[in-house]
Write a protein that binds this ligand. Structure first.
Ligand code: FES
Length: 129
């Protein structure tokens, strides 16, 4: 009986170590749409424009192409925003930066942002991942 308890404790510790390994991108699981014809989403109609919904930042990359990454910085949860000049995502709290694929390009964050699939059909963007 006592051995079973000890083994359980060890498994919990191992589980915690695994979730903090820093290699798995972090972000919510989503499936939502954005209507580009709505005034509230007007910022997404210009190249470099961005908007956020459901914990995800969506960016118009031009030529009908859109990208999306998790909005919550993997360091301590502040909201990242897209910088068109640097073509990356910046966290205002401690200066972490992430590439357009969500990869960490500057600390203190070490875990990538989750990247989402964005498909465009007319004025409707569908964000999934
Ligand atoms: S919360 Fe983003 S860098 Fe610290």
């Amino acid at each position: 009986m006592a051995c079973g308890v000890v083994t359980g404790t060890v498994l919990v510790v191992e589980s915690c170590k695994k979730s903090n390994s820093g290699t798995t991108p972090q972000g919510p699981t989503v499936n939502f749409t954005i209507d580009l014809s709505l005034p509230a989403n007007a910022s997404l109609n210009t190249t470099g424009g961005s908007g956020s919904s459901n914990g995800v930042v969506v960016v118009n990359m031009g030529s009908g192409s859109f990208i999306a990454v998790a909005q919550s910085c993997t360091h301590n949860g502040c909201s990242v925003s897209y910088s068109q000049g640097n073509n990356n995502f910046l966290c205002p709290c401690h200066g972490a930066t992430f590439s357009t694929t969500g990869a960490v390009t500057n600390g203190p964050a070490s875990v990538p942002l989750k990247k989402y699939t964005v498909t465009k059909n007319g004025n409707i963007l569908t964000v999934t991942g």
